[in-house]
Design a protein around this ligand. Structure first.
Ligand SMILES: [Zn+2]
Ligand SMILES: [Zn+2]
Length: 378
């Protein structure tokens, strides 16, 4: 089967930069090899299907326990704390710090983020980042492990239930990971991931509610481990599925990644995905980041305030404007008339009434009439 490459490329970081033509490389390679179906290339991994079905069903059962009031409120709050810490390990650490190098962090912060990242059980930082950098470089091709062109279910969790497409490993090797290998925190986190994992994923999450407020082991395990894991996993997956399917594309209408504030709210600020795919090196991962829908951005600002994060990168407004006008779908938000980002095209489209009175007022300084217009036209 020919790869589902697109004929329009994207991924330009600077306006003067050449478009990297990775998709053409894939298309040329594919033309040399006999076509194979997805079914042949990516057999379903039934053990994973069964495991994920069981863990999801257990999470649903746990929800019934929670709503029947059998779980202590402190245990629920603890699961929330673990969800937050694990999410920040992924979003601030694996994603914005290591995958995209949007800022630099001091050693104590890198160690803390590396430990927090284990709470979520999404693979080591190195493994996570190889796939994520490949997702950005080869977005929406077969080399993208969560290829959104294969539908919502595939990009959400289907990809995890089958063997990865061979292109993911093949083209993943083209992605430079030398900076990550050079970081001892990443290196040792990868090497000792499963030595640390039992403590971060299971033992500490269960021990705290059991010994601090007398929760049962079953409830602690079901809520602080299983339910929290399933919610965290699906929240992260929403970025690959929902944020590649629903929303506007103000910065690049040629890619599937979308602006989805609801996903941002659920996933700590990662739903402004059209912006993120166009400018992946911005530490706020959004143009209009606010702390309610971007807690990962808030954490990085906090780390900067205490001297733990440096070299925070954002995009200059002129560059965003130029890119948005050139490739966006025209939905980029502005606060109103007079916003510096309001495009010339949109200004030209404006119909302005009562201009004579307004100008008259400005010219003559006449007092306003009862309707707010100048009392006498100038
Ligand atoms: Zn994406
Ligand atoms: Zn990213």
């Amino acid at each position: 089967m020919a790869p589902n490459v697109k004929d329009v490329t994207s991924g330009v970081l600077y306006e003067h930069e050449e478009v990297p033509d990775y998709t053409r490389v894939i298309a040329q390679d594919a033309a040399k090899t006999p076509p194979k179906s997805y079914r042949e290339l990516q057999p379903i991994l039934w053990d994973r299907v069964v495991a994920h079905a069981l863990v999801h069903l257990t999470a649903i059962y746990t929800l019934t326990l929670v709503f029947s009031g059998e779980v202590k409120l402190l245990t629920l709050a603890w699961a929330g704390v673990l969800f937050f810490l694990g999410s920040m390990g992924i979003l601030v650490g694996a994603h914005r710090l290591w995958s995209h190098r949007t800022f630099r962090a001091k050693l104590p912060t890198r160690i803390a983020l590396a430990l927090m990242q284990v709470i979520s059980w999404q693979g080591s930082i190195f493994r996570w980042s190889v796939d994520h950098r490949t997702h950005h470089k080869f977005v929406e091709t077969d080399a993208d492990h969560v290829n959104a062109r294969r539908g919502f279910f595939f990009s959400h969790i289907g990809w995890l239930l089958m063997k990865k497409h061979p292109d993911v490993a093949k083209y993943g090797k083209m992605v430079d990971m030398s900076d990550m290998i050079a970081d001892p925190v990443v290196y040792y986190q990868h090497k000792y991931y499963y030595a640390v994992w039992p403590f971060m994923f299971y033992l500490i999450p269960v021990a705290v509610p059991m010994y601090a407020w007398g929760e049962t082991h079953t409830n602690a395990f079901l809520v602080a481990v299983v339910l929290r894991f399933v919610v965290g996993l699906n929240a992260t997956f929403l970025v690959n599925s929902a944020a590649h399917a629903f929303g506007s594309r103000p910065y690049d209408a040629t890619i599937a990644a979308r602006e989805n504030p609801l996903v941002s709210f659920i996933v700590g600020g990662e739903g402004y995905h059209n912006y993120h795919h166009v400018f992946p090196w911005d530490y706020q991962a959004s143009e209009i980041g606010n702390y309610v829908t971007n807690p990962a951005g808030m954490c990085i600002d906090f780390l900067a305030a205490i001297g733990q994060a440096t070299d925070l990168k954002t995009v200059n407004k002129d560059m965003i404007n130029a890119r948005s006008v050139r490739t966006g779908d025209g939905t980029r938000p502005v606060w109103g008339w007079g916003d510096a980002d309001l495009s010339r095209e949109h200004k030209g489209m404006a119909v302005i009434s009562n201009v004579v009175e307004e100008l008259g007022q400005a010219r003559t300084g006449l007092p306003l009439g009862p309707t707010g217009c100048a009392a006498i036209a100038g």
